[in-house]
Design a protein around this ligand. Structure first.
Ligand code: SAM
Length: 287
């Protein structure tokens, strides 16, 4: 580390409540009170939390969001090098998890400076922990892509993904997403965790097709996390399995080209193998 660096300086990521203000930790409050500067996404929103806890941040509060995060990194590195304690919070939950912070942390780490945390709420862990699905191995997708093709590629991967998958989804898109998923793995278990820790907290559990049908009946509002069960133990991938997967996709109405592309990414089988089997299937149908 540079000799000039004051060792008191560090970046601290402080987790804040997902909804219930009581979920702030004592250490988080101490850090927010003592920090030289507090960076947050939305100063008005964070001010509600600070006022509720009688924390005076006047003059110490700065805004950091996805559009200025990179530009601010150098400045923050300079502040830490001078011995300042910099706290980063996001609107709710843990900074840098589908929130600003990831690029700042990478820059501070690359500069050889200390990054530490006051851990606490995060919607991904909160939803996973109460899902009742396997928590032993899981993957987090963040927000799903908006483009249909990109979502289809993800679904194709989930056909064989053995780990529990967690993702964030907007309430407006939730029903469409569940409907798309129910066309591919209707009987997989899914949990929709809505408004966690808030007045209207709700946890819906069932198969994908069941939960999709329940939510199609009503307007979905609030914040949502989806937890999807992993794929059952995968059978060995041989020509017969690839043929079955192709027939399933062709029966769904996909063109040969799209069915080949879906099967090759969902099963991880080489394009030439899937293509050859698709041609054989087509030739067989013509006879
Ligand atoms: N950094 C945050 C964290 O650690 O949880 C996540 C931020 S991300 C921009 C916001 C998303 O988190 C929401 O769209 C929703 O999917 C999920 N989320 C946040 N609060 C939630 C809550 N109280 N209940 C359910 N999901 C929530």
């Amino acid at each position: 580390m540079d000799d000039q660096v004051n060792e008191r300086g560090r970046l601290v990521l402080v987790a804040t409540p997902l909804g219930n203000l009581g979920d702030i930790s004592r250490r988080a409050l101490e850090l927010l009170t003592d920090a030289d500067l507090v960076y947050c996404e939305d100063t008005r929103r964070s001010s509600t939390l600070f006022s509720a806890n009688a924390i005076a941040v006047r003059g110490r509060l700065r805004s950091l969001h996805e559009h200025n995060e990179v530009a601010l990194s150098e400045e923050i590195i300079g502040q830490i090098s001078l011995g300042q304690v910099i706290v980063l919070v996001s609107d709710a939950g843990t900074p840098a998890i589908s929130d600003p912070g990831e690029r700042l942390v990478a820059a501070v780490v690359a500069a050889g400076l200390e990054v530490t945390t006051a851990p606490g709420p995060s919607a991904v862990v909160a939803a996973l922990s109460i899902s009742g699905l396997s928590t032993e191995r899981f993957c987090m997708e963040g927000f799903l892509p908006r483009k249909v093709g990109e979502r289809d590629r993800l679904y194709a991967q989930w056909v064989v993904e053995p780990r529990t998958t967690v993702f964030y989804e907007s309430p407006q898109r939730l029903v469409t997403t569940l409907r798309e998923m129910s066309e591919i793995f209707p009987n997989r278990r899914v949990v929709v965790a809505r408004e966690l820790t808030k007045l209207h907290e709700e946890v819906l559990r069932g198969t994908v097709v069941e939960v999709a049908a329940t939510l199609a009946q009503r307007e979905v509002i609030g914040e949502v996390v989806v937890v999807l069960e992993g794929a059952p133990c995968a059978p060995p991938i041989d020509d017969e399995l690839v043929r079955l997967a192709l027939v399933e996709q062709l029966t769904r109405g996909l063109s040969t080209r799209d069915a080949v592309s879906f099967v090759e990414s969902s099963l991880g089988v080489a394009h030439r193998v899937v293509y050859r089997l698709a041609l054989e299937l087509r030739a067989g149908q013509r006879q």
